[in-house]
Design a protein around this ligand. Sequence first.
Ligand SMILES: Cc1ncc(COP(=O)(O)O)c(C=O)c1O
Length: 527
Amino acid sequence: MSDALQQASKQYLVRYGGDAFPKLFRSAKGTVVKDSDGREYLDFTSGQMCATIGHNHPAIIDAVHRAGEKAFHLFSGMIPEVVAELAQTLARDWLPGDLQKTIFINTGSEATEVALRMAKLYTDGYEVLVLGGSWHGITGGASSVSMASDRKGYGVPAPGVFVIPEPNAYRPMLPGLSEEASALAGLELALTMFDMQSSGRGAAIIVEPVISAGGVLVPPQSFMQALRKAADDRGMLLIFDESQTAFGRIGSRTGSEYFGVVPDIMTMSKTLGGGLPLAAVATTAKIEEVLHDRHFTFYTSHVSDPLTAEVGLAVLKVIAEEHLIARATTMGAYLRARLQELQERHEAIGDVRGLGLLLGVELIQDRASKLPAHALGALTTQKCFEKGLSMNIRRRPECGSVWRIAPPLRVSHNEIDRASPSWMRRCAKARPACRLINTPLGSRAVSRSQICQLARQVAQVYITLADHAIGASQPVAIRLAQVAGAQHHDRDVRPPRLPAQRMQESEAIHNRHGEVKKDKLRGGARK
Ligand SMILES: Cc1ncc(COP(=O)(O)O)c(C=O)c1O
């Protein structure tokens, strides 16, 4: 059956970009996804960054049932009760400042289209300032304002788009300046150029609070404040695309709350539906009034659908009741600390950045040149997947090779141990990390020392991934480290040093599951 479907997928599906995995997938629960062979993978991308509360949370399943008993879909002019309730909940508990009125659609791309149409109609302008490295979606208007997407070959993009250099603390546009000074200088230059080129019909500035596809870049607060001022000075609207940052992932309710800057329009998508296609765009009552007077239209087949609204309400409730915003901060700090330990020890980790549980790790060839280590990024991501950990790698030629790590906010060591014991066993039996290098670099053109160097990097990266990703399963990390260290006879490849607290935690968990004996664990850690 599975082979036949695998064949069917090749024969009947359009390939839509990105790296498709060789296997078909069957199911997902919590932090774990399963392929059609029943093999489990830790999902450290939360699906496509959507399953913030974990895959198929019981509250989502209940919400789908509830909608099934009431209505999945209605005529678009019939506003479902649950849609009114969701709009009220957002305005009351989640949206910043005076953002109050919301429209519900399906995807992030669609949300960008709504926001741009609002800004254009409100200002009677069409010019839009966007950030380098941005991603706001794939539909016509959205792709016109996206700089990280594949723009070539699809005809004429919407006119009137101007680019502001994205702030990048690790690779400042103007070397020698501080992160903040470089970001502000880039903005000033872009605004000067814009003012020179503008036909006087500015509509909007659109920005992701964390520039995610562009490499998980966090702008300085003063940069976001300067964007607010730039929009006000020019009579343009400020749009925050909170597709990834809203509802807890970064350790605050929204990016707007984190930066203390309130936009005129906020788009939300991925994280609101928890895996179902729900997106929303919010604005102020004043702007909405003007738009309505000017006959604002965004009338689609699935606007205000009750099914997804029911799910959105459930997602927000879970985030609040399970204190997932605070959890994003604590688990994010834990994950980040592991990555920073790795960075201290290994040259290939150039930068660790991000907020809460939206983290980026930039891989470089060496710290002096900061040249991107694209091959290493691709290889580690692929090998991690083969060993049961799914993460995302962002590759941009002008920037770096960046792992994007964004597990569900409910992720815990405990949960990982409970959810995927078979994965852990498989990982424990994994081949020595150093052998990973054989396939792509087993060529005579590569010198022995180059192979050794890259093998060391891969081993180091892989060990730490196992270390941080599986958290409490230190025996696995220790074993990998021992094997790699023994095979390389290299001082750089050593078993990770583990904080006492983590050891105790690990012991407790493993003893409870009867999988690992205390003395064995201690012995392993000492070696
Ligand atoms: C910040 C941001 N905005 C918009 C989108 C587009 O959302 P969708 O893929 O749901 O159309 C994405 C998707 O990755 C995104 O990351």
